[in-house]
Design a protein around this ligand. Structure first.
Ligand code: SER
Length: 693
C-alpha cells in the first residue's frame, strides 16, 4: 500500500464514520507561540479553547507538520534512525465535543485490526497513569492490558494551551530487533514503534502550569503516515518506503553517486530536508536570519553539506524539487502551483552558500591541527558563522563526524563582541555624545508625542567639528543638547523633526534633523546667531514636517498589515525609513509582486484610510502587549513598558513612533515602486497625504 492509498484509506474510513474531510492547513501556524505547525491539532487550537465554533463536530485530515525547532524538534535525529523526520504527515481524526474516549479507541482499533488487518498481538497500548477510564476501555474493546505511563502519555503542543492524557498504540516491528516495551529502560531500541496517539483534550494549561477544564471534551488523534507506510510495506525503516526510495533515487541521479551502507545517512537527510524546505517555502517561508526563516535556511545548508559529502557541489534541493512535486504533488497541489517560486528561492540560497561552504571547510581544515582536546575554539566557529554563513549547528554536525565539539560559550562571547563593534561603527558622533553621557543628562522628551510649539529649555552642550565647545558662531555646523525638547529624535526608522532654536524673536539655530545618541536628543543644524552653553532657548518644531511624518508612520503600519493579507502572513518587516516625503519599507518576500498584488495592497490601505478607523496609542507591559498579539521586530530590544499602536482591528504593533489618531488623517497612500534589495527582500516606496493625491 503506497502513500496515496493510505491517505485515501484513512480519510475514507473516517468519512464513513461521519467525519468531514478537510485539507491540510499551512505549515505557518496562525499562532505566535509556535514557529511551525508541529502537529495536526495546531490549526484546531482555537476550537479546543472555545474561542471559535467548529463548523463540523467530526473532522479528519492529513496535516503537514515540521518539527525542527522549539519544544518539538527532531532535527538531530534525522538520518540516524529510520523513524524521524523534520517534515512529516500526520493522519488525524477530531471530535470537537462530540465523541470521546470510547468511540475514539473503538475506531482506532477497528481501523488498525479490521481494515489495515494488522496482527492484534503485535499491537501494544499505553495509557496515562491517571486514566482508569481509557485503561478499562482497552480491556473491554480489545482485551488489552494497557501499560500505564506518566509523561509519555500526556500531550500538549506548547507549554501552555489545550492538553490532556493520551493513549498510544505501538507496533512490534519484530522480535529480532533490540528494544523493550514502551516505558522500559531500553524502549528506544526500535522494536516497538508508536503508530497512533489518541489525545483526550480536556484541559487548558495556563502560564503558571494550572489546569482548567476546557469548555468541552475533545479528541485529537495523530498517526505518522511515514510509519504506517513502513508497517504496511513490511519494512523497518521509514526511508525504505516507496516515497523515500523514489526521492533517494532522484538524489542519486542528481549527485551521480549510488547509495551504499556508508553514504545512506546523507541520502536520508537530503530526502528529509528536501521535504521540509520545499513544503515550507511553498507555504510562504523565506529563508532568512530570523525565526522560521532561519530554521529553513539551516536545514537547507545542512542538506548542501550532505550533498558535498557525496561529492556534489552543484544545485541540489533546487534540482530535486521536481521529484518532490512528482511524489507528493497529487496530495498537495500547492507544490506544483508554487514550483517556479520555490525553485528560484532555493537556487538563490544555494548559489549564495555554495562558495562559502567550500571556503569555510578549507578554513576549518586548516584550523583542525591546532584544536586541543577535540574542542574547536568559539572564535573559529564564529568566523565560520560570520564570514562563511555556517550556522552553529552545521559546524557542530561537521565536527561530530570527526569526534569533535565546539566551545559554544566562546562562540556566544564572540557573537556579543561583534554586536558591540558593529554598534560602535554606525554611531559616528554618537560615540562622542555617549562619552559625555555622565556630564550631559538624558534629554527630557516626554512631550514629543504631543509637541508644544514653543518649549523653553536650556543649552547643555554644543558639539562642533568633533569637539565640545562653549559657544558657536553663525555658519558653524553643530549638534546641540538641551535639557528638554519637543523634537522627536530619529528612532525606529522614523526620521526626526526639523525646526529652529530661538532666543526672543531671533532664530539662533536652524535644525535640519533631531537625532538620538542613547537618551540624549541631539539637534543637528547651522548656527544663525551666536549661541552659548547655558543660554535659554525656545525650541520650535516644523509642524508640517511632523504632521506628514506622522501620517507616513501610521500608513506604514497599514501597509504591513495589507501586505500580510495579500501576500501571506509570513511577510515580515526587514527595515523601514519613515520620512515626511516618502516611506521606504523592506520586507521578506521571495519574488516580485505582480501589478494586481500591488493594486490590491494599495486599495486595502486606502480603504482603511477611508474607514477613518480609530488609532489607539497605549502604554502597557511587554507581556500584555505580547498577549494582545502586537507585532514586534525580531532582534529588537524592548523595555518592560512598551507603546502599542492599534489601528482599528487591522494592525497592532509595538512602536515608539508618532501616529495619527484616526486613519482618515493620512488622506491617501500611493505605492510608487516595488523592487528587490537583496535575496528574499523586497522594498516598497510609498508616498502619503497630499503628496500621494
Ligand atoms: N497531538 C497529538 C500528537 O501530535 C495527536 O495528534 O501526537
Amino acid at each position: 500500500m503506497n502513500y496515496d492509498e493510505i491517505r485515501k484509506l484513512f480519510l475514507n474510513y473516517f468519512e464513513q464514520h461521519g467525519h468531514k474531510i478537510v485539507p491540510s492547513a499551512s505549515l505557518i501556524p496562525d499562532d505566535p507561540t509556535l514557529l511551525f505547525t508541529v502537529a495536526g491539532m495546531v490549526p484546531w487550537k482555537n476550537i479546543f479553547l472555545g474561542n471559535a465554533a467548529p463548523e463540523f463536530p467530526r473532522v479528519a485530515d492529513v496535516q503537514k507538520c515540521i518539527r525542527a525547532g522549539g519544544k518539538h524538534n527532531d532535527l538531530d535525529e534525522v538520518g540516524f534512525d529510520g523513524r524521524h523526520h523534520t517534515f512529516f504527515e500526520m493522519l488525524g481524526n477530531w471530535s470537537f465535543g462530540d465523541y470521546f474516549k470510547e468511540e475514539a479507541i473503538k475506531m482506532s482499533w477497528d481501523l488498525l485490526t479490521n481494515v489495515l488487518k494488522l496482527d492484534p498481538n503485535r499491537i501494544v497500548v499505553t495509557t496515562h497513569i491517571s486514566d482508569d477510564e481509557a485503561t478499562a476501555l482497552w480491556k473491554k474493546i480489545a482485551g488489552k492490558d494497557a501499560i500505564r505511563l506518566d509523561k509519555d502519555n500526556w500531550w500538549s503542543a506548547g507549554d501552555t494551551g489545550p492538553c490532556g492524557p493520551c493513549t498510544e498504540m505501538h507496533y512490534d516491528m519484530g522480535a529480532d530487533l533490540p528494544g523493550g516495551l514502551p516505558g522500559s529502560p531500553n524502549e528506544d531500541g526500535g522494536r516497538y514503534v508508536e503508530i497512533w496517539n489518541d489525545v483526550f483534550m480536556q484541559y487548558n494549561r495556563d502560564a503558571n502550569g494550572n489546569l482548567t477544564n476546557l469548555p468541552k471534551c475533545n479528541v485529537d488523534t495523530g498517526a505518522g503516515l511515514e510509519r504506517w507506510a513502513a508497517v504496511m510495506q513490511g519494512v523497518r525503516d521509514n526511508y525504505d518506503t516507496d516515497l523515500f526510495q523514489h526521492l533517494m533515487d532522484a538524489t542519486s541521479d542528481v549527485v551521480h553517486v549510488a547509495r551504499n551502507a556508508d553514504n545512506t545517512p546523507s541520502f536520508k537527510i537530503i530526502a528529509d530536508h528536501l521535504r521540509a524546505v520545499g513544503f515550507a517555502i511553498a507555504d510562504g517561508v523565506i529563508p532568512s536570519n530570523t525565526d522560521r526563516g532561519y530554521v529553513i535556511r539551516r536545514i537547507l545548508r545542512r542538506a548542501m553539506r550532505h550533498g558535498q559529502l557525496l561529492g556534489h557541489n552543484g544545485p541540489l534541493l533546487s534540482a530535486l524539487y521536481p521529484a518532490l512535486v512528482r511524489e507528493m504533488g497529487a496530495a498537495y497541489p500547492e507544490l506544483a502551483r508554487e514550483e517556479k517560486h520555490v525553485v528560484e528561492i532555493i537556487k538563490n540560497e544555494e548559489n549564495a552558500f555554495r562558495d562559502m561552504l567550500q571556503n569555510g571547510l578549507k578554513l576549518l581544515d586548516s584550523e583542525l591541527p591546532n584544536v586541543q582536546n577535540s574542542v574547536l575554539p568559539g572564535a573559529v566557529a564564529f568566523k565560520l558563522f560570520d564570514t562563511y554563513g555556517f550556522p552553529l549547528d552545521l559546524t557542530q554536525m561537521i565536527l561530530r563526524d570527526r569526534g569533535m565539539t565546539v566551545d559554544v560559550d566562546g562562540f556566544d562571547a564572540a557573537m556579543r563582541e561583534q554586536k558591540e563593534r558593529s554598534r560602535a561603527d554606525t554611531r559616528g558622533t554618537k560615540v562622542l555624545w555617549e562619552s559625555v553621557s555622565d556630564k550631559v543628562p538624558a534629554t527630557d522628551d516626554t512631550t514629543k508625542y504631543a509637541p508644544v510649539a514653543d518649549m523653553s529649555s536650556k543649552v547643555l552642550a554644543i558639539l562642533r567639528n568633533g569637539e565640545f565647545v562653549d559657544s558657536a558662531v553663525p555658519g558653524d555646523n553643530v549638534e546641540i543638547a538641551l535639557d528638554k525638547t519637543n523634537f522627536y529624535g530619529t528612532q525606529g526608522g522614523q526620521v526626526g523633526d526639523t525646526g529652529e532654536l530661538r532666543i526672543g524673536a531671533d532664530t539662533v539655530v536652524t535644525v535640519a534633523e533631531a537625532a538620538r545618541a542613547g537618551n540624549i536628543v541631539i539637534h543637528k543644524g547651522t548656527v544663525q546667531k551666536p549661541i552659548n552653553v547655558g543660554d535659554k532657548v525656545v525650541s520650535v518644531i516644523n509642524p508640517i514636517v511632523r504632521e506628514q511624518t506622522t501620517r507616513a508612520h501610521t500608513a506604514t503600519h497599514l501597509l504591513q498589515a495589507a501586505l500580510r493579507r495579500v501576500l501571506n502572513t509570513d511577510v515580515e518587516q526587514r527595515g523601514s525609513r519613515v520620512a515626511p516625503d516618502s516611506v521606504r519599507f523592506d520586507f521578506s518576500f521571495g519574488r516580485a509582486m505582480t501589478d494586481d498584488e500591488k493594486t490590491a495592497v494599495e486599495n486595502i490601505v486606502n480603504d482603511w484610510i477611508k474607514q477613518d478607523m480609530d488609532v489607539k496609542h497605549e502604554e502597557m507591559s511587554l507581556d500584555a502587549a505580547k498577549s494582545r498579539g502586537a507585532m514586534a521586530l525580531f532582534g529588537e530590544k524592548y523595555g518592560d513598558i512598551v507603546r502599542v499602536i492599534t489601528a482599528g482591528d487591522v494592525s497592532c504593533e509595538l512602536c515608539g513612533g508618532t501616529h495619527v489618531y484616526h486613519t482618515g488623517e493620512i488622506i491617501r497612500a500611493r505605492i510608487n515602486k516595488e523592487k528587490s534589495v537583496a535575496s528574499g527582500i523586497r522594498r516598497i516606496t510609498m508616498s502619503v497625504g497630499n503628496l500621494a493625491e
